[in-house]
Design a protein around this ligand. Structure first.
Ligand code: 6PG
Length: 254
């Protein structure tokens, strides 16, 4: 049972991005001046649209100096590689905002994967507050793959979600590309986890994940359940069309 979950469905990606941006601004504005707001960014194509919206509309509306940026996963490639999640985030957002370079904590995809997973775990421990002895993010952004993966935890490597580590080395089941990923230990310790899922190609897997009776044990995304935090789904209409437990207050008309 997901403790504290909300589902927000938007008619367009633009309205979704606007509401997400406003949520981010609200949370950063609430952060004490001597504190910071920590975010782990997701990769892939979906967040690219959200990051571009932030660059076009919220550069001067959010106090980016109060934010520390981390990554939920990274492909084991150099930062200038077209597969790099850092490169995507930098091109679509980071280079456009006034965030101090020291506030960006890149997973170094160019490093030896095992050593980088160890290094990044130390980065998390020394740059985040902790709850119950586990580093705690203010916000973790997650995407959803058509196979139900999230971050870089794939259905054939569910053990990584339950790892005792904070970071693990994953292998993409098709491309065999190595990835560094956060594990469920830190994901489920976050104050807020936001899934951003759009497009009709995600509708099928999303309907299975939303039906808790069907989703257990196969879809890593279904294991995301922040123990002391909130889980919010930001969906567009296309992605949400196949599940029927929508309540009236879920659809945001903007
Ligand atoms: C990655 C992501 C991954 C992504 C999903 C959805 O590194 O690829 O972290 O988990 O969120 O694969 O990707 P799309 O947004 O491209 O559909």
């Amino acid at each position: 049972m997901i403790k504290d979950q909300s589902i927000k469905i938007f008619p367009t990606v633009e309205t979704l991005a606007k509401t997400f941006a406003e949520l981010l601004k609200q949370n950063v504005d609430k952060t004490d001046d001597n504190d910071f707001y920590s975010i782990a960014l997701s990769g892939g194509s979906t967040p690219n649209k959200i990051f571009r919206y932030l660059s076009e509309n919220f550069v001067d509306k959010i106090n980016w100096k109060k934010i520390k940026i981390f990554f939920g996963d990274e492909r084991c490639v150099p930062p200038d590689n077209e597969d790099s999640n850092y490169r995507m985030a930098n091109e679509s957002l980071l280079k456009n905002i006034s965030i101090p370079k020291e506030n960006i904590f890149r997973i170094k995809g160019e490093n030896n994967p095992v050593k980088e997973a160890e290094r990044y775990e130390e980065v998390l421990k020394s740059n985040l507050p902790s709850l119950n002895g586990i580093p705690q993010f203010d916000l973790i952004l997650l995407g959803l793959g058509e196979d139900g993966h999230t971050a870089s935890i794939f259905p054939n490597q569910v053990n990584l979600f339950y790892s005792a580590r904070l970071c693990e080395v994953a292998v993409h089941p098709q491309t065999k590309q190595k990835r560094i990923t956060l594990t469920g230990k830190i994901i489920n310790n976050a104050k807020l986890v936001v899934f951003i899922v759009t497009g009709k190609n995600k509708a099928n897997v999303l309907s299975k994940i939303m039906d808790v009776n069907k989703s257990k044990s196969v879809y890593p995304a279904s294991f995301v359940n922040p123990k002391n935090g909130k889980l919010t789904w930001f969906l567009d209409l296309e992605a949400s069309k196949m599940f029927d437990n929508k309540s009236n207050n879920d659809v945001i008309e903007r």
